[in-house]
Design a protein around this ligand. Structure first.
Ligand code: SF4
Length: 229
């Protein structure tokens, strides 16, 4: 049975859980078929610490778009080592497509995200039944109605163990676990993706206001990625 056809019973059984309890339960339901997708961004350490706690060998997929901040690449190395993540999978766009994507973020960010993120991720997640991410409802916009277990495309499930978490709870987890912050957080970045499409937020702005600022775009499309199982 496709995992997405089980979403009702999974929500019934595990919908009251969150964080590492939820991640552990779903890893037991789908052994060897769960992967996490992480940007190693401003709040990623909390989800990654849960991965390390539940199963440090869980595949963690990191999309290196070719347009990331150097600080993100350094943080990825530091955090992976610190947490003892064993199976970090760095995924990159196909070199043949990169010429097409040169500065495409200026003229057509949707196409740029498609080439640099959506297409490579689609290949990387083939064979997994559950994709874990760090989305939270308090980030607003399309995420405001997020549930912890959601249907993905073409039969995959999306698991967001932090869906119900608040900013205060995230900050408390950083403190309790002594997790290092992404270096750009100190410069006012609260959501960090590619350098051309991320800026620091002003006081009072929503968390993701710095992403594709000045345009209507709010998501890159990877959370709609699915694959035929
Ligand atoms: S976030 Fe910006 S630079 Fe990165 S893939 Fe999307 S449009 Fe391109």
């Amino acid at each position: 049975m496709s995992p997405v056809n089980r979403i009702g019973s999974l929500r019934l059984a595990y919908g009251h859980l969150d964080g590492s309890d939820l991640l552990r339960a779903i890893c037991q339901e789908f052994p060897g078929r769960v992967a996490a997708v992480s940007s190693f961004g401003a709040e990623s350490a909390v989800l990654l610490a849960m991965v390390a706690e539940v199963d440090p060998g869980l595949p963690v997929i990191f999309l290196d778009t070719g347009e990331l901040f150097d600080e993100t690449l350094a943080y990825r190395t530091e955090l992976s080592r610190l947490l003892g993540l064993i199976d970090l999978r760095v995924v990159r766009p196909a070199p043949a497509r990169l010429a097409e994507a040169e500065e495409l973020w200026r003229s057509d960010p949707e196409a740029c995200c498609h080439l640099r993120k959506v297409l490579p991720l689609r290949q990387a997640v083939a064979g997994f039944q559950v994709l874990v991410d760090g989305r939270k409802r308090f980030h607003g916009a399309e995420r405001a109605q997020l549930r912890s277990i959601e249907p993905g495309n073409e039969g995959q499930l999306k698991l967001s163990p932090l869906a119900s978490w608040s900013q205060a709870r995230i900050d408390a987890a950083f403190d309790a676990l002594r997790l290092p912050r992404h270096p750009l957080v100190a410069q006012g970045y609260r959501s960090i993706g590619c350098w051309p499409c991320s800026r620091p937020t002003e006081p009072g702005e929503p968390v993701r206001a710095g992403r594709w600022a000045g345009s209507a775009k709010t998501e890159c499309g990877i959370h709609k990625v699915g694959t035929t199982l």
